[in-house]
Design a protein. Structure first.
Length: 127
């Protein structure tokens, strides 16, 4: 038979001792679950939130860069690039029209030159 054990001034024997050990094991198991499922995730959340607060000034600076501010923001630079691109595009279209006109004139000249070659008016060409 199991010997008597004194706990908090009480003598505990046999089955009572096993029940006490099981209760202590259950309590430790529950404390472990609370620690791993509650305290640790809460700690990670709190320390992760601190990182967000450290990053916030950088995000504010980036956000300011996308608002127009007298020509110094990224938004202003993008607007200037878009304007220059539109002007360049118009200039290219105008030059394309001029080039097409020059090509038509050149083709007309070549055709007239070929027709004139058949009825050569050039004194250096023998008939």
């Amino acid at each position: 038979m199991l010997a008597a054990v004194t706990v908090f001034g009480e003598d505990i024997r046999g089955v009572e001792l096993l029940v006490l050990i099981a209760a202590i094991a259950l309590l430790l198991s529950q404390l472990s679950t609370i620690w791993h499922k509650g305290v640790v995730p809460l700690w990670h959340f709190i320390t992760g939130t601190v990182d967000v607060f450290e990053v916030q000034p950088t995000l504010v600076t980036i956000a300011r860069q996308f608002r127009p501010n007298e020509g110094h923001s990224l938004r202003d630079v993008i607007d200037r690039i878009e304007t220059e691109l539109a002007e360049t595009s118009r200039a290219v279209e105008e030059q394309a029209d001029d080039i097409a006109e020059i090509r038509n004139l050149l083709e007309t000249f070549i055709i007239q030159r070929q027709e004139g070659g058949r009825r050569s008016t050039d004194p250096h060409v023998d008939s």
